[in-house]
Write a protein of this length. Structure first.
Length: 155
């Protein structure tokens, strides 16, 4: 490998910065509110539109349905959301903010997930495709799990 082909320190620094930003964002909510950043992200998503099915919420948060379902269960236990059967199809569950969920949201700023989605959404289709290819190359061999990843900052 030639000298010019070696990884530049700025690339690793950018990756370190991303990890640090994610860790910091997570710890703020956990220490002050006993909520994960993913839980706050789901609450803020429900603030935009509610009620939603778990599948709709997964689409909105750009996360796998099973990951969102786990977060919703935790929020329901804490009484931040209500889960009810859909009047049209009793098999479907509707998730909506509770008054406790609305109250906590008045105090909370945007989540890191919202900012990440916003930044990616601003990219052109070609930039998104390039980012996807490059991230796959960076992650190649690092993710042995075949199951859907958890929501950002939930594990």
């Amino acid at each position: 490998m030639s000298r010019k082909d070696k990884i530049k320190p700025i690339i690793l620094n950018q990756l370190r910065s991303l990890v640090q930003i994610l860790r910091n964002a997570s710890s703020v909510y956990e220490h002050k509110l006993n909520l994960s950043s993913a839980q706050v992200f789901v609450l803020r998503s429900l603030m935009q539109k509610s009620p939603l099915t778990v599948n709709e919420l997964a689409d909105m948060t750009r996360t796998h349905q099973s990951s969102v379902s786990m977060v919703v269960q935790k929020l329901a236990i804490k009484k931040y959301v209500r889960v009810t059967a859909s009047p049209e199809d009793r098999r479907k569950k509707l998730v909506s903010l509770s008054s406790k969920g609305r109250e906590i949201l008045r105090k909370l700023p945007k989540t890191i997930q919202e900012n990440l989605i916003h930044n990616v959404d601003k990219m052109s289709r070609k930039e998104k495709e390039t980012l996807e290819v490059l991230l796959n190359q960076v992650l190649d061999g690092l993710t042995p799990s075949k199951k859907a990843p958890a929501m950002f900052l939930e594990d």
